[in-house]
Design a binder for this molecule. Sequence first.
Ligand SMILES: [Zn+2]
Length: 206
Amino acid sequence: MAQEVLVRATRGRIVWHGPRTARRVAITFDDGPGDLTDEYLALLSELDVPATFFVMGNYCEQLPDARGAYLRGGHQLAGHGYYHERFTHLGARALRDELNRMDAAIGPLPWGKWVRPPHGSIGARDAAVMLGLGYTVAMWSFDSRDYDGADAATLIERCAPANLAPGDVLLFHEASAPTLAALPTICERLRADGYELVTMADLLVA
Ligand SMILES: [Zn+2]
């Protein structure tokens, strides 16, 4: 699908999942770039899995090579705030500043302006600001809870195909070694169950 059609279809929307009719899911990673980014990208390349990375502006400035590495890997790149502050704690002007700094750090992207609010915190006021500025507000529908100390085996069980539905958006984090260890089996089982793994942008425009 042409990028301009995708941008039109998703602009100014809050999205949690894709169409429930197609056997596809999107794997997403928050909080990068960081120490494990190169390992994540190497593994995803090996698995031939396109993913979506929600990254922080200040980390992108600290690791200026990351943007190109994500994009060369065929992944979708999107914003996750500049400092990872809760948007619900920011006034309208501070939120606009935060989003502007995030966008400036990440640079322009072909699928338009996407943002995932840090901690998934979203309220009426900040949502109105984001949607008014034309962002696609990208949430998720399946939380792996890979931030709660789970080991790889637990993550594999949680993310078993039987626990997922077509169109799901899976939430993971980039700083998690157990996630990295679990990904090959999670992806293998999903594919064995007939799921296609796509970026979130591709998931939304069936
Ligand atoms: Zn986060």
